[in-house]
Design a protein around this ligand. Structure first.
Ligand code: AMP
Length: 198
């Protein structure tokens, strides 16, 4: 999310975060929002059918408004989603150029996720140690209230990491075999990660 936001700013891209789309749907209490929250709050993935349908609808509706292109942030997260994305490419007429894998040690990830605070209003993210807001609990961008996401508590992070192991890690080999994968060492400062991605 952090790196995608930087790329968007510099290169005129659009960030499509499935997590943000689910959270927005939940705020609006649409049926997909109610369903997805049931899975997300425990750190589990939303079932593929719901996720794929939401991404397809979003892409189809916004295809002409993506500026210089788009970054899918947090999608695909399963092999079935990756397959479905290939179908979307064909039917909507776009091409994914590259897949970026941010490689971060699990212990580091646990610290990053459980220290993260998100703005209720604009969705900006901070970290109590690595990127603290100027005023505790208050968003630097819009003055909104910062909170800890339910899926970023220690218990939920544990489930998320084991879900990652089982369902998402296989995508690394999948995209390696297709020659699309770029591995980035995510165990560096935000700026160094960014310059490697660029
Ligand atoms: P994120 O903001 O990317 O960490 O996503 C938050 C939560 O939304 C995840 O823990 C999942 O429950 C759900 N989610 C986001 N993207 C996906 C996806 N591609 N497939 C299934 N669930 C997802």
């Amino acid at each position: 999310g952090t790196q995608a936001a930087k790329l968007v700013k510099e290169f005129g891209l659009t960030q499509i975060s499935t997590g943000d789309l689910f959270r927005k749907a939940h705020r609006e209490q649409t049926s997909i929002g109610v369903i997805s929250d049931y899975f997300s709050k425990f750190g589990r993935l939303v079932p593929d059918d719901f996720t794929n349908e939401m991404v397809y609808d979003y892409l189809k509706e916004n295809m002409n408004n993506f500026g210089n292109g788009f970054i899918l942030d947090g999608y695909p997260r399963t092999i079935l989603q990756a397959r479905e994305l290939e179908y979307f490419e064909e039917s909507l007429g776009f091409k994914i150029d590259a897949v970026i894998n941010l490689d971060v040690d699990f212990d580091v990830l646990k610290k990053r996720l459980s220290g993260r605070r998100t703005c209720k209003n604009c969705g900006a993210t901070f970290h109590i140690m690595y990127k603290p807001p100027k005023v505790e609990g208050v968003c630097d961008n819009c003055g909104g209230e910062l909170y800890q996401r339910e899926d970023e508590t220690e218990a939920a992070v544990k489930v998320r990491l084991s879900t990652y192991e089982g369902q998402t890690r296989p995508l690394i080999d999948y995209y390696k075999m297709k020659g699309m994968l770029t591995n980035i060492n995510g165990d560096q400062s935000m700026d160094d990660v960014y310059s490697d991605i660029k």
